[in-house]
Design a protein around this ligand. Structure first.
Ligand SMILES: O=P(O)(O)OC[C@H]1O[C@H](OP(=O)(O)OP(=O)(O)O)[C@H](O)[C@@H]1O
Ligand SMILES: O=c1cc[nH]c(=O)[nH]1
Ligand SMILES: [Mg+2]
Length: 208
């Protein structure tokens, strides 16, 4: 199974707070943003840097800047929206597109209802954001759509992944690199991740 689990005491601590059923929407949103920033620290090691010359108060020296102009951030609505501010804090010049997908609760099929992207080229590095990788149908659909629109270098950033969802991505999109804060145990009969944190979208937006 190919997946990068970002191991860090801060991430473990914050994810534990998020999993607790008594954590309210304000704290949940703040924690999701903070953990995304911490995962993104690792996931952004794939972006390009270029050399430049600068002057310190003492002398000229070589420096490095990131090329975040070729970065495209794609949150999967709704829950992925809670991750975009965290990554944009690190990559302020990235462009942002949106894909709206929900998982039909009865059939567990992914239903697309919105897609709007900035220009995506073969040089773009595309970060797809969704806190939950459960059965994997939603992420696979988003990756299919992005590849049809020209994406070649894709990194999927999740908060919690299941073994089943990870296998599905590895099989259907083996070129996609996955970063997560946790690889959880399994799915329940309704396709929810165990132990997980429940329905991320509902907890973010207080819709249940
Ligand atoms: O891996 P999967 O089995 O596809 O499940 C994961 C998807 O389910 C959730 O979205 P949901 O359908 O609840 O939509 P929402 O974000 O609007 O709440 C979650 O945010 C993922 O997009
Ligand atoms: O555990 C899960 C599975 C799908 N979507 C969620 O928000 N949580
Ligand atoms: Mg939801």
């Amino acid at each position: 199974m190919k997946i990068n689990v970002v191991e860090h005491p801060l991430i473990k601590h914050k994810l534990t707070l998020m999993r607790r059923k008594d954590t309210g929407p304000k704290e949940f949103r703040e924690l999701l943003k903070e953990i995304t920033l911490l995962i993104a620290y690792e996931a952004t090691r794939h972006i390009e840097i270029f050399e430049t010359e600068i002057e310190t108060p003492l002398e000229k020296t070589k420096g490095y800047f990131i090329n975040d102009k070729d970065v495209v951030i794609i949150p999967i609505l709704r829950a992925g929206l809670g991750m975009s501010d965290g990554i944009l804090q690190l990559l302020p010049n990235a462009s942002v597109g949106h894909i709206g997908i929900y998982r039909d609760p009865k059939t567990l099929e992914a239903v697309e209802y919105y897609a709007k992207f900035p220009k995506i080229t073969e040089n773009s590095i595309v970060f797809v954001l969704d806190p939950m990788l459960a059965t994997g149908v939603s992420s696979v659909k988003a990756l299919d759509i992005l590849k049809k629109n020209g994406a070649k270098n894709i990194i999927l950033v999740t908060l919690i992944a299941s073994p089943e969802g990870t296998e599905k991505i590895n099989k259907e999109h083996p070129d996609v690199i996955i970063y997560t804060a946790s690889l959880d145990q399994k799915l329940n009969s309704k396709g929810y991740i165990l132990p997980g944190l429940g329905d991320a979208g509902d907890r973010l937006f207080r819709t249940k």
